[in-house]
Structure formats: structure tokens, C-alpha cells
Design a protein around this ligand. Structure first.
Ligand code: KIV
Ligand code: ZN
Length: 508
């Protein structure tokens, strides 16, 4: 019989720890709604003590989500746990997730605590969380580099104190599959009471083994996998949700397990995360990459035309890759636009729909065919990116091979209209320097990239910029038929994210 594996999604918590992937509250709520639609069992919504923004985001998500559990992360101390509960208590199915490190390296250099102290802190923290909710998860950070006897003792103490899920993180992505599988099996034999709780794994991808490690853990008795959409997360990222889910589904002949995930929502979820975080999905990414179902070689194309099974182990349909994406044009009305927005998975208020529709009409004046990607861009840029401190009002750029590139920019900052002009080495440089002057910001530009969202010369250009300030990096995106305007939007989007990032108080 096939056993259920719970999917715990940490896109909004560990995923947001990806360099540059800061999201605002509206964006996080939108992602949480999509994760619920995907049917994940648990949404880890954030780390409430880390900033006011995180606290508010967890609170807003808790109020919105109706079916999935909502988890809030807390270090193993009373203040973190109380704050996490304050944020998540409004959820229909709340979960508190508390953690402490268990490896010798972390105990000696970071925590500066003895093993005995760590056991006591773990137990006390779980007990405190338990006063608030029966649903408590405990994680032993850096578990895979910890002494197994000690790790078992910490888990036993957490279980005795009332933890209902015990999580085994490969925090630094160090384990290899055979070893990780053995560790799961060993813990199941050693830890008293483990059979009464859900055993979970949380793998990082530093050696590219996160999905393999998660699967071997499942084969050795883990019942919950922690993962993130597109595999985003701290450093090299976390286990990719879409990969682990599709591996379980596609190889059900060997893996006698199932998840509750609805695979046809995977592609849309992947795109949404990529749009909002500004982190592009590599074309050859398994399951959701642009080339995941593209057959290039003549032999493969021939085979596919004769019988899809020759070279396809899953269908694009099954993960929700649309067949054709030309949708609307200049003559399309509000009703058609509303329906398309709905089909793409966005629920907008009448006011937001009106705003998006006006922007759609402006775009349709410049561009004949409006694709799904264009509509997504409008919705994400015009609706989800609000509220913003810096807003572009207008931009005028003069450039060419016989003139000094000059940008005149007007912006609204805190309700005030400000205007400046500036020169640069090219039109983009002039634009960025002028925006920097108006906003009085000091961020350094680390990366600049332009992509066409769809095909053809009238396609919208999508610009991605990466900015750095005092060691913090953010990614901004902007789209427009004019690449200079798209560049200005991307730069301002990144500045807004940087503002949001500055509110962060503690990291991990
Ligand atoms: O990687 C890790 O150890 C974590 C824990 C907080 C679960 O993210
Ligand atoms: Zn992690």
C-alpha cells in the first residue's frame, strides 16, 4: 500500500533566505495562496522574530490560509517562541517550529553551550511552544554533522516535552544519500518514542544531493519532506518541491508513496516564485525549466512524433505547462481580461483588476499579442509590488551615438514629487545614476540582465538587476516594451526591496 508523505514548503522562510529573494507582505500572501492551491500540507510562512515585516507576513498568511497548516519558525528561546505564536495564532491549523544546533562545531563556535545545556534548552522550548499549540516541530540544526548518540538524546528530550514532528536537517548540504538513509534508519531504531511522531527531513543542496537525500530518507521511513519551489533557499538552496514530488509520482513502481500535491499547478507556482523573487529558473531545470520538455535532436523528435513515451517520462500537461500562450489583444474587453487573470491563478479585487486592465490596454496599444507572461508581469508589477516607497512617475532619456546620454526622471517618494536629470556612459547608466540621485541611495549595482519575455521585436523586455548595500543583496525586476523604462522599473523595484530588507533585525 502507498504511504502518504507530507510536503512541508519553506519557500517563504528558507527560500526567502536566498541572496536577493526578499518579498513584501502582499507577495508572500499571494505565494501562500498558490501553495495552498498546490495543496501543500504545511506552509512555513516565516521567522517572525527576524523583522516586523516577517511578523506581519506570517500574521497575514495565517488569516488567509484555510486548509494547509501554517508554521512559524522560532529559535529555542522564550522570546522567539512567544513572538512566533503571536504571528501564527490566527491560523486555522497553526504549527510552531523551534530549532537549536546540535553539532560539536556549532556548540563550540556559535552557541558556546554544553551538550547538557542544549538538551535542556530543546526540552524547555518545546514545552513552551506546547503551551500554545499541540502542533510543535523540533529541528536539530546541523544534525548530519552531529554525534548520533547526542542527537538521539536531544530528539528524545524534545519528544518527551511534546514535539509532534522531529526534523532532521542537513543544514550545510554535507550528507551523501547512503549515509543519510542510514542515519534516518539509525534514529528510528535508537530514539525512544520516535514512532509516535512524524519524522521529517530538511536537505540543502550544496553538493546537488538534496532531492536524492530526501528520497532515500523517505525510503528509510521519513514521513515529511521539507522543500521549496524551484529549490530556492539558503546558499545552494533546499530540496526542490517539484522534483521530489514528481520523482515520487513518476517512479511509483519503486517508490510506494504518494503526496497530496496537485501536480498540474507546479508550473504556475514555479513561475510565480520566479517572477516575485526575480530568481530566474535555469532552462535545463528538471520538471519546470523551459527545456524540460523540449526535444532538440532529430532522433528524439522522430521518436516523440511516433510515440511520446519514447523520450518523455512525464507529460508537460501533468505539471501544468500550457500548450499555447497567445491570449489577448487590443480588442479584448475587461471580461476576457478578468477571466484570463483568473485562469492564471490570480484573485484581484475590482479596484486592482481595474488598475491591471488599464495597464493591459496601454500595453496592447504598443504590442499586438498579449501573452500569459505579459499578463503575469502586469499583475506582479502593478498589483503585488505595492506598497512601495519609491515610485516612478516619468522618465525621458536622450541617447544615440552623437549625444551624451541624458536621463530626466520624476519620482514620487513619500507623497512628494521629485525630479532630477543626469548623464551617464549610456542610457541605462544615465537612468540609474539619476534615480540614485533622487532617492539618495547608496546601493551598488552588481548585475544587470535583459531578457525578452516573449518573442518578436515588439516583445516586452524584462530587466533584472542585483543591488548590494552593506552586505545585503536584493534582486529587482521590471518589464516594459521600452528596455530603458524596464531598467528604471527594475532598479526602483530593487531599491524598494532594499528598503524592506533594512527592516530585518536578525538573520540566521
Ligand atoms: O537548514 C536548517 O537547519 C534550517 C532549520 C531552521 C530547520 O533551515
Ligand atoms: Zn534550511
Amino acid at each position: 500500500m502507498s504511504e502518504l508523505i507530507k510536503i512541508f514548503d519553506t519557500t517563504l522562510r528558507d527560500g526567502e533566505q536566498s541572496p536577493g529573494a526578499t518579498m513584501n507582505i502582499a507577495e508572500k500572501v499571494r505565494i501562500a495562496e498558490q501553495l495552498e492551491k498546490l495543496n501543500v500540507d504545511i506552509i512555513e510562512a516565516g521567522f517572525p522574530i527576524s523583522s516586523e515585516g516577517d511578523f506581519e507576513a506570517v500574521r497575514a498568511i495565517s488569516k488567509t490560509i484555510k486548509h494547509s497548516e501554517v508554521a512559524a519558525l522560532a529559535r529555542a528561546n522564550p522570546k522567539d517562541i512567544d513572538q512566533a505564536w503571536g504571528a501564527v495564532k490566527g491560523a486555522k491549523f497553526p504549527r510552531l517550529h523551534t530549532f537549536i544546533s546540535t553539532s560539536d562545531i556549532h556548540l563550540k563556535h556559535q552557541l558556546k553551550k554544553s551538550k547538557e545545556e542544549v538538551i535542556q534548552i530543546a526540552a524547555r522550548s518545546v514545552a513552551r511552544a506546547k503551551r500554545y499549540t499541540s502542533n510543535v516541530e523540533f529541528s536539530a540544526m546541523d544534525a548530519t554533522r552531529s554525534d548520533v548518540e547526542f542527537l538521539s538524546a536531544v530528539y528524545e528530550a524534545a519528544i518527551r516535552a511534546g514535539a509532534t514532528t522531529i526534523n532532521l536537517p542537513d543544514t550545510v548540504g554535507y550528507a551523501i544519500p547512503s549515509e543519510f538513509g542510514d542515519l534516518v534508519r539509525t534514529l528510528r531504531q535508537k530514539v525512544r518514542g520516535i514512532e509516535k511522531v512524524t519524522l521529517s527531513v530538511h536537505c540543502h543542496d550544496d553538493l546537488g544531493l538534496a532531492v536524492a537525500n530526501s528520497l532515500i530518507a523517505v525510503q528509510n521511513g521519513a514521513k515529511q519532506v521539507e522543500c521549496a519551489i524551484n529549490g530556492i533557499g539558503e546558499r545552494a538552496g533546499n530540496t526542490s518541491l517539484e522534483e521530489v514530488v514528481m520523482a515520487i509520482r513518476t517512479r511509483s513502481d519503486l517508490l510506494r508513496y504518494h503526496t497530496r500535491i496537485i501536480p498540474r499547478h507546479l508550473f504556475a507556482t514555479s513561475r510565480l516564485i520566479s517572477k516575485i523573487t526575480g530568481m530566474a529558473v535555469q532552462p535545463n531545470k528538471a520538471v519546470v525549466g523551459a527545456n524540460a520538455f523540449a526535444h532538440q535532436s532529430g532522433i528524439h523528435q522522430d521518436g516523440i512524433l511516433k510515440e511520446k513515451l519514447t523520450y518523455e517520462i512525464m507529460t508537460p500537461d501533468s505539471v501544468g505547462i500550457p500548450k499555447t500562450s497567445i491570449v489577448l489583444g487590443k480588442l479584448s474587453g475587461r471580461h476576457a481580461f478578468r477571466e484570463r487573470v483568473k485562469e492564471l491563478g490570480y484573485r484581484l479585487s475590482e479596484a486592482d483588476l481595474g488598475l491591471a486592465f488599464r495597464r493591459f490596454k496601454q500595453l496592447a496599444d504598443k504590442k499586438r499579442d498579449i501573452f500569459d507572461e505579459d499578463i503575469e508581469s502586469i499583475v506582479v508589477e502593478e498589483i503585488l509590488r505595492m506598497p512601495r516607497r519609491f515610485k516612478l512617475v516619468y522618465i525621458n532619456v536622450v541617447a544615440g551615438n552623437v549625444t551624451v546620454p541624458t536621463a530626466t526622471v520624476q519620482m514620487e517618494i513619500g507623497g512628494q514629487l521629485l525630479q532630477e536629470a543626469g548623464f551617464g556612459d549610456g542610457p541605462v547608466d544615465a537612468t540609474f545614476k539619476t534615480i540614485k540621485k533622487i532617492t539618495r541611495t547608496k546601493s551598488k549595482l552588481l548585475q544587470f540582465a535583459i531578457n525578452a519575455i516573449t518573442s518578436g521585436t515588439e516583445a516586452q523586455g524584462e530587466v533584472t538587476v542585483k543591488l548590494e548595500e552593506k552586505g545585503q543583496t536584493v534582486i529587482g525586476q521590471g518589464a516594459d516594451t521600452d528596455v530603458i523604462v524596464a531598467s528604471a522599473k527594475a532598479y526602483i523595484n530593487a531599491l524598494n526591496k532594499m528598503e524592506f530588507r533594512k527592516q530585518k533585525l536578525v538573520g540566521m
